[in-house]
Design a protein around this ligand. Sequence first.
Ligand code: UDX
Length: 474
Amino acid sequence: MGSDQTLHHHHVLLVSFPSQGHVNPLLRLAKHLASKGLLATFSSTHHIIHKIHKSTGHVQPIDIGGGRLRFESFTDGWEDHDDPRRSDLNVYIPQFQTVGHDSFVQLVKKHSESGTPVSCIISNPFIPWVSDVAAELGIPCALLWVQSCFVYSVYYHYFHNLASFPTVDQPNKSVELPGLPTLESDEIPSFLHPVYSPDKRVLKDVILGQFKNLEKTFCVLVDSFEELERESLKPLLSSAPIIRPIGPLYKWKEEKDVRGDMWSAAEECIEWLDSKPVGSVVYVSFGSVAVLEQQSMEEITRGLLNCGQPFLWVVRPPPKESSKGGGRLPDWLVQQADGKGLVVQWCPQERVLAHPSVACFITHCGWNSSMEILSSGVPIVAAPQWGDQVTNAKFLTDVYGVGVRLLRSENDLNTFSSERVANCIVEVTKGPKAEEFKKNALKWKKAADDAAREGGTSYNNLDKFVMEVQALKQ
Ligand code: UDX
């Protein structure tokens, strides 16, 4: 292995907001950039890099293709990782902005001094200050938008005041945007709604801050693919900066499996899936952040047991400081589930979705999961909670036709009964429309494969980006 200075010409520094839903696409992109011959440094907070190291064991530099991947960390100002105030985004995000700005500047400067100056910084949502740092230091900056083009379009039109949105006086107003189906008031990203997600208002500010700072960004990369988002993309093509869909990022062929899990994945669930009949298992996961109401946990449990199909359920222990409680597995399930289901705290989701035993996925519709679903050919039962998940659920069901909606959002608990859970599972796996859901799912899987393979739209878009980076001053 040569030194970083001798082997590589262009150095891309990727910086991830400290959350699994951001780490995964950023790290996947870093691997692909390394495989195209660049030096790609994946960076995030000390806490995140420590967690990745603990659960995967690998944060050492690694040669991939003609390039190299490295991990680095900087401080977010929280020395005590267990400080419960960290989980309050209204406290965490402003502090991260202040401390992160300075410590990230130090990180970038360290590279110039050590002979590997940064040619390009790649940022992602919730940290608009990264493009300020790039501008201050005179380094070109790109953004990896880790959600869909249709959600980007909603925020874009909101930020530029190009359409009318629900207000306090008209909270039920639907939204009409070019290239998108009519969105009911509970189908726009919930942070933009005047009533929903009041505890996450700070996320609206940082996302809109990102749109304000787009003038400091030369390119927006999106973890999506053109074939999926043709209509959503059309009105954005004339907007600046240029938008390049380069996904599904996890589909890119990798020589080495470098993962960014923040928790150890229960590999034994693959063996458990091997023991189940083809197309029989209900996979259930609500991603890395959402904490369900306790009543919802109980209803899902009853629904899973009533429908009689085996199930694999990822239940992460809720954070100690979780204000609303909930998120716990009912005690009685532990006895009753024996033999019928497997509950784990974290699983290798990509491998689970690719497993032939999986019949359907009850999902919160985070965009990473949505991309993995559309690339795996698995029908879904959508149970979105907040943010972009509610819009993703609308598209996955009504536009892409890969399943049904159990919930419209976390505010929609009135439809959440165990009977409805069981009915939705039956509807997507055995009902009259089950075949159509599966057919659509397989159609999107093929489109995703085509986009990611050599010569495909996403493959070419990433190549164009790499050429742009290679043309930058070192
Ligand atoms: C967050 C937001 O909630 C989401 O709406 C936004 O689009 C991205 O950031 P998160 O809630 O964690 O993400 O969901 P998701 O986007 O689906 O990302 C979760 C990732 O963790 C996926 O890549 C999934 O494969 C992975 N995962 C999840 C595992 O590897 N194992 C698990 O057990 C569960």
